[in-house]
Design a protein around this ligand. Sequence first.
Ligand code: C5P
Length: 214
Amino acid sequence: MKKTILALDVYDLKKAEKLIKETSPYIDIYKVGPILFLQYGKEIIKIIKDNGKKIFLDLKFHDIPTTVKRSVESAKELGVFSLTVHSAGGEEMLKAAAAVENKPKIWAVTVLTSRITTPREVLKRARLAKSCGADGVISSPLEISLIKKECGKEFNVVTPGIRPVKAGDDQKRVTTPETAVKEGADFIVVGRPILEAVNPADAAKNIYETTLIK
Ligand code: C5P
């Protein structure tokens, strides 16, 4: 499976559809977050499926356990490949999410990559997520190898904060796509470096080529 997940952080459904068509040779999974989902939930899910691609639903559930469990069940009905819950929701909430039968992959957010934290804190959250039955975590590029070492090869590490060149935006803990994959990331989540490129297809292609495991 291709390593890049494209974050469809756009307001416009037509723009999202165009991005999917242009980048489809290089991307298998598209991330749908609140920006698009709140306006065009089922429509965007259908467009991604009709293009033969998978959905990563990034709504970062963080609520009482029953609500999170029911939210995971709803997401399962939509047919998404994976979804996020927030590890800050705690043990009971994480277990409730992971207990849903035939659930999508549950990826727990450790600490947002726009925030400064310590590897120790990220690792603590990763261990908690694993012990509660999550399939993996979202973590910054700086903790990938540490998490893989502690939680094992099968435990997914999904990494945002990817910047092909140094960018002065709000992501604090960043690395290049190539380094993230070499460190062991199962997937890298890329938004603005593709969305805001002059040519998004070329940007996706470049990232795809640098992340091919040789
Ligand atoms: O534009 P950029 O490449 O920074 O996009 C990163 C994407 O990953 C955004 O959609 C953001 O919401 C998401 N994300 C993140 N950090 C997390 C979890 C998700 O940046 N811990």
